[in-house]
Design a protein around this ligand. Structure first.
Ligand code: NDP
Length: 588
């Protein structure tokens, strides 16, 4: 086998395992600590005040990122009048409000990632748009659907309580408003985290987290030009998707840059380019939906699409990973044979990624450290035509921390790894976010349903939803995100499907004059049965992976999702709507 393939699968398997084992930390996710003051909002007015609100609206949407904006927009389209979006941030945008680090770009193609392009008559200026353009698009959605009128910014929802026929919504600004419907879309990657490196609090130089970039310190803006760093020695900790985008700017502008790496990311070809105006002018109605569906089918549906409209690193990788075996042959294979075929395709993809590193990075020792040894989807894939090249600069040093579980120690002036000490002026944490827990699940946002029961109590022995949206005992409450449903890499598309579905359900409730939208217990039970088909395969995949947030730092949990994936899930929702499913959720 090794002769035909040109590589030895057993040797690669063993190498992946060794590389994983040297990175496993027994404390798992507990190695991190919350960002505390690092999480403060650098963009909003700290002196902002307003009178508390004691009014009534049709719908409250918790969260003003793309999920919340889509929910509000789709509700507006079905005729809901008073919609109040509430967000802790000072404006719409969610992750694009907070993250403004240099080099920030969409890493999914903008034409499928930015929502509601046709509704707004907008075509992004780049194939992968800069963050500021995306943030401005979020604001434009707010204006287009008249969502600023009732929005509450710099406001945190502190409690939701069902009260006869509406939700009582309390906030940290003393508001007590009533809302007939509540949609919760408060994100999953919204809390910056710091590594629990001993001595971190003793550092006497400057520090900040990438999601709260300090341009006062660095100078410049998201396009770069960090002129104040010309005489500074900078340490950047972390090499995930954020670091991949920021490092080229820091490398160009800082006197010295030390990149502290524990696990290298996969860095594939980006190929960003300006939007061709002729192409933009040629688009016909329905183009964005067609393109989104096409992308989803290719990356998440395992489907052989005759045309690849997006044609980029994501879709070419998906082709490579799925299409090693033709469908007609694949159907005849046993599960073990299919797994082997997938693994071989994965080795080929990763060999290509590793080959790119050695082609680009001139110093062989640095190149060796930048080669990733794990399966492609163990970590979030990244794409850049500048990141690897940055390590060819004389002022940029890659510091490997893999054998130490990360940076060993921080002193008032330096970072220590093994017996080496790196003196720096500033430490930038590109160490990511606490993941996967919506405020509803953690209990941070208490939700009291009919009879005062809390959602946490109700879910004490496990999640209970229909389609991930609603739970029995919690009328007119819709949850968006990744609970008991199917996700995919273009998460904004997933959120749009969810928002559209919620709006259709609300439209039906209004048409029927139903007092409550609430799934029957039987419908919830039936959904639990339908879930989990693939949970075990996914669990096994993640158990073999190098640690990261995808696998709970090497301690994967059995995740309940719709095993047949997002394409099938969307079809299921459509069919449910068309074949009388609404009966299951209309009450009173
Ligand atoms: P990640 O969680 O992906 O990366 C954190 C990094 O910090 C990892 O490289 C991690 O290493 C490293 N790290 C953590 N602790 C230590 C330590 N003690 N010593 C050394 N290194 C350490 O965060 P990101 O902000 O990069 O990305 C988060 C997510 O945000 C992405 O996965 C993606 O989903 C999204 N994103 C999307 C973008 C887009 O354009 N759509 C752009 C940027 C981010 P290790 O891997 O070993 O744990």
């Amino acid at each position: 086998m090794s002769i035909e393939l040109g590589f030895d699968p057993a040797a690669l398997r063993a190498k992946y395992r060794t590389e994983r084992d040297r990175r496993i930390r027994p404390e798992g996710s507990a190695q991190y600590q919350p960002a505390g003051d690092y999480g403060a909002d650098p963009h909003a007015d700290p002196d902002f005040t307003r009178e508390p609100l004691h009014d009534k609206v049709d719908a409250v949407v918790v969260g003003g990122g793309f999920g919340g904006l889509l929910a509000a927009a789709r509700l507006r389209q079905v005729g809901v009048e008073r919609i109040r979006v509430i967000d802790k941030a000072g404006d719409f945008g969610g992750t694009w409000y907070w993250n403004r680090y240099p080099g920030i770009h969409c890493d999914i193609e903008s034409y499928v990632y930015l929502p509601l392009l046709e509704e707004l008559g907008y075509v992004p200026t780049w194939k992968y748009a800069p963050g500021e353009e995306i943030r401005q698009h979020a604001r434009a959605i707010g204006r287009h659907f008249d969502l600023y009128r009732d929005a509450c910014f710099q406001t945190g929802v502190t409690e939701l309580r069902w009260d006869e026929d509406a939700w009582l919504v309390s906030t940290d600004r003393g508001d007590r408003m009533r809302a007939r419907y509540v949609v919760v879309s408060n994100g999953t990657l919204d809390r910056p985290k710091l590594p629990g490196i001993p001595g971190i609090e003793t550092f006497a130089g400057h520090t900040f987290h990438t999601s709260r970039w300090d341009y006062d310190y660095t100078g410049g803006d998201a396009d770069g030009g960090l002129h104040k760093l010309a005489d500074k020695r900078i340490a950047l900790i972390g090499t995930g998707a954020t670091a991949i985008q920021a490092v080229p700017h820091l490398g160009r502008d800082a006197r010295e840059l030390y990149v502290f790496q524990r696990t290298p990311s996969t860095v594939d070809v980006r190929g960003n380019r300006r939007t061709d105006p002729e192409w933009a002018a040629s688009l016909t109605p329905g183009w964005q939906r067609r393109r989104m569906e096409n992308f989803l089918n290719i990356v998440a549906g395992g489907q052989a699409e005759s045309e690849d409209l997006v044609s980029d690193g994501w879709t070419s990788s998906a082709h490579m990973l799925h299409n090693l075996t033709p469908v007609e042959v694949r159907d005849t294979l046993t599960a073990a044979e299919r797994e082997l075929a997938d693994e071989i395709a994965d080795f080929q993809k990763m060999n290509q990624i590793r080959g790119r590193v050695t082609d680009i990075v001139q110093d062989p020792a640095t190149a060796a450290l930048l080669e990733p040894w794990y399966r492609y989807m163990c970590k979030r894939p990244t794409f850049s035509d500048e990141y690897l090249q940055t390590f060819n600069r004389p002022n940029v040093t890659l510091v490997d921390t893999a054998d130490h579980g990360g940076v060993d120690r921080i002193t008032p002036r330096s970072l220590v790894v093994g017996d080496r000490e790196y003196e720096v002026d500033c430490i930038i944490f590109a160490t990511g976010f606490s993941v996967g827990m919506s405020d509803v699940l953690t209990g941070q946002l208490p939700v009291h349903g009919r009879g005062g029961t809390t959602l946490r109590e109700h879910w004490g022995r496990g999640l209970r939803t229909l389609h991930g949206f609603y739970s029995d005992g919690f009328p007119n409450l819709f949850l968006m995100g990744g609970l008991q449903n199917a996700a995919a890499v273009n998460f904004v598309h997933i959120l749009d499907e969810q928002a559209g579905h919620i709006a259709e359900v609300v439209r039906e409730a209004e048409k029927r004059g139903a007092r409550r939208v609430e799934p029957s217990s039987a419908a919830v039970e039936a959904w639990q049965e339908a879930l989990g088909e693939n949970a075990e395969t996914l669990y096994k995949f993640h158990a073999e992976c190098t640690p990261g947030y995808y696998n709970n730092e090497g301690m994967p949990r059995m995740r309940q999702g719709y095993g047949k994936g997002a394409v099938a899930f969307h079809a299921l929702l459509r069919e449910w709507r068309e074949s009388g499913g609404m009966e299951e959720v209309m009450a009173g």
